[in-house]
Design a protein around this ligand. Structure first.
Ligand code: NAG
Ligand code: NAG
Ligand code: NAG
Ligand code: NAG
Length: 627
């Protein structure tokens, strides 16, 4: 097999893949004498970014071919030099995720679609390749039925909460001002209680994951504010952001503890977050192996108390399930969105799978059965499928399924972003309007306070159609002096119908009216024309905390994302050298936040590497060392 790569060096490489590693050592002979780091650097400066990335990949592959330990050592060295994270964070995180990335690189053909996607995810270089055309097969054509009209019967309530990220090592009085992904731990003597001048309160801080007291206080508030709720939806992410120090044993403890604390909520439908895995984000699809089996088994053993036994085969094979709500004509289908997550590095196979673990085919079967039985369906998952965090291909195929069964799907529920958002699916993305809006994804803000005040949500729901009639978000305002003394005070933050209903034409205010996909489309139109409606939305996003101004391209981008439950339509363009700031720097510069969803240290390191020639030179040196 021959591989042709045209690098922007005026030099066309045509080398046998096997020779790259066996005959010529780790670098092809043509490149042996060139200073690749300089060439790459000038490409980056000249915005020839995909060529630059392919050359970086050649070097990374060279190091990966030396073995996992050489790869981990090299990236750890570059991480330390880059200042991306503290050295214990560099060492711990890269030891966990490095071997998976090295495995990807060894199997990768440079110039392939997988390599382009790798360049986008890790370095913000290259542009999105086209979606591989695939028509999801359906057992029957779409019927002419549409969303049922509201029944007018007395509504019921359901609850949603997400991204609790409970930190079992939270220490009251420890420093909230640290350089690690999360603070409020006694990392060193200077962080210890009594030795710092920014001591953590007992109930949480914006620089830290949630203490147990905050978690318990939220469940108590839910029980008090929605004592008659029919059920709760928990959209995942239990484990804290100390991603450099995760173990299967500690994640297991955390997962068992969290679900144990939810027992007062009676009926909980859970889904698997990216932080439940060890290493973080790493879910092996069935075709690769069974490394993730332990987390599926663990969750299945917990979820069993709330779902009918039948679902167990899927729970145990890929972390999804389909179950009937026992007191109404509703089916809950929980999917494992980590199988489409760009930071799940197990997915960067030389030929990427169309349907990892067969989850999409299973979803079609479940929706078909629901349609035949005349059931309403809620789809619940962790990651909203229209984000740039979702692979375009998987998102496109998922969207085909949503559109085929849009008359059966009453709503979809996600978390992951930590922000209060929503995404609309359309039967035609090229003709987006209220009449093509086909489904709505609710994205609930997080409980962990890292991106705003802790929040959860109560939906008012039609008991027959399960249409969402209102979505009321509750929060615990951390600026309330009582927050750290008598405890978090949970109050109503806003109702979606009260906030946005009056802004559409005709106004939607009736208690029995559905917040339909068409309504949400009309809300996005109001956001385009009414600055006050849009700024209200922006404030809601972080529950009024650190609200930045968002006009011009920020506003355009924000509205584009609302209209994109299909990732290829979200208007996100890769940005060279994705550069996330360290915790201490975040407070000083509000324009750059930390990546709180995935926190991949390797991604930070490679992102910085394409912003600093000196780091590229270290990579080149290591790649050439054994040549
Ligand atoms: C946090 O610590 C850094 C370094 O010690 C210091 O420069 C900064 O002023 C501190 N920030 C706050 C908000 O205390
Ligand atoms: C790392 O995790 C272990 C538990 O798995 C814990 O005992 C230890 O304190 C953690 N270290 C840091 C620096 O957080
Ligand atoms: C369990 O599965 C069987 C066979 O797939 C099906 O006939 C039955 O209705 C299912 N039961 C429930 C409670 O979903
Ligand atoms: C959406 O707006 C259109 C007018 O642009 C209107 O005809 C339609 O009734 C609205 N639908 C909802 C649900 O607000």
């Amino acid at each position: 097999m021959r591989l042709s790569v045209t690098l922007a060096y005026g030099l066309a490489l045509s080398v046998a893949v096997s020779e790259v590693t066996s005959t010529f050592g780790i670098l092809p002979r043509d490149l042996a004498k060139k200073s690749l780091a300089s060439e790459i650097w000038s490409d980056i400066e000249n915005a020839a970014t995909c060529a630059a990335c392919e050359a970086v990949l050649l070097l990374l592959k060279g190091v990966a071919d030396l073995g996992d330990s050489a790869f981990v050592a090299t990236l750890t060295e570059i991480c330390d030099l880059s200042g991306a994270e503290d050295s214990d964070v560099c060492a711990g995180a890269i030891a966990l995720e490095g071997p998976i990335i090295a495995h990807d690189l060894r199997g990768m053909s440079i110039g392939s679609k997988t390599s382009e996607l790798f360049c986008i995810t890790f370095m913000g270089l290259c542009s999105y390749p086209a979606v591989a055309s695939y028509s999801v097969p359906f057992p029957s054509p779409k019927p002419s039925t549409s969303r049922p009209a509201p029944s007018g019967q007395t509504p019921i309530q359901i609850v949603q909460y997400s991204d609790i990220h409970v930190d079992p090592f939270y220490v009251t009085g420890s420093s909230t001002n640290c350089t690690k992904p999360i603070c409020c731990r006694d990392y060193s003597t200077s962080d210890d209680p009594g030795n710092n001048n920014s001591p953590a309160g007992p109930n949480g801080d914006h620089n830290c994951d949630a203490p147990l007291s905050l978690e318990l206080s939220m469940y108590a508030a839910i029980e008090q504010l929605a004592p008659n709720a029919a059920f709760s939806i928990f959209t995942g992410d239990i484990v804290d952001h100390a991603v450099w120090n995760t173990t299967q044993a500690q994640n297991t403890l955390d997962i068992n503890d969290a679900y144990g604390h939810m027992s007062g909520l009676k009926l909980v439908y859970g889904t698997v977050g990216n932080h439940e895995a060890n290493p973080t984000n790493a879910f092996q699809p069935a075709a690769i192996g069974s490394n993730s089996q332990w987390v599926y088994n663990l969750l299945s053993s917990i979820w069993t108390q709330w779902i009918v036994a039948n679902a167990s085969a899927e729970e145990q094979s890929f972390g999804g399930y389909s179950t009937k709500y026992p007191s109404g004509n509703l089916r809950i289908i929980s999917i494992n969105t980590n199988l489409y997550y760009v930071q799940n590095y197990w997915l960067y196979e030389s030929t990427m799978e169309t349907d990892p673990s067969g989850q999409l085919a299973w979803l079609v079967n479940e929706l078909q059965a629901a349609e035949t039985a005349g059931e309403r369906v809620y789809i619940i998952g962790h990651m909203p499928m229209g984000l740039s965090d979702a692979f375009h291909d998987g998102s496109n195929y998922f969207d085909q399924i949503v559109n085929r069964y849009s008359a059966t799907i009453a709503a979809m529920f996600f978390g992951h972003t930590h922000d209060d958002q929503f995404e609309i699916s359309y039967s035609s993305y090229s003709a987006q309007s209220f009449s093509t809006a086909s489904a709505i994804s609710y994205i609930v803000p997080s409980m962990t306070p890292t991106s705003g005040h802790p929040a959860f949500r109560i939906y008012t729901v039609d008991p027959v159609t399960f249409a969402v009639l209102d979505a009321t978000t509750y929060f615990a305002d951390m600026t309330n002096p009582a927050y750290q003394t008598t405890g978090p005070v949970w109050t109503k933050y806003y109702s979606a119908k009260e906030a946005y209903g009056p802004s559409v034409m005709p106004p939607l205010t009736s208690a029995n009216a559905e917040l339909s996909p068409a309504f949400w489309h009309n809300v996005t139109t109001a956001f385009e024309t009414s600055p006050s409606a849009f700024s209200e939305y922006i404030a809601h996003k972080s529950r009024g905390w650190n609200v930045a101004s968002c006009t011009g391209t920020c506003q355009t981008q924000e509205i584009c994302q609302m209209r994109a439950a299909r990732a290829e339509n979200n208007c996100v363009v890769p940005t060279p050298g994705i550069n996330f700031k360290k915790r201490a720097a975040v407070g000083q510069d509000r324009t750059q936040k930390r990546d709180e969803c995935g926190v991949s240290v390797t991604r930070e390191v490679l992102g910085r590497m394409v912003g600093r020639k000196q780091l590229l030179e270290v990579l080149e040196k290591r790649a050439r060392e054994t040549n």
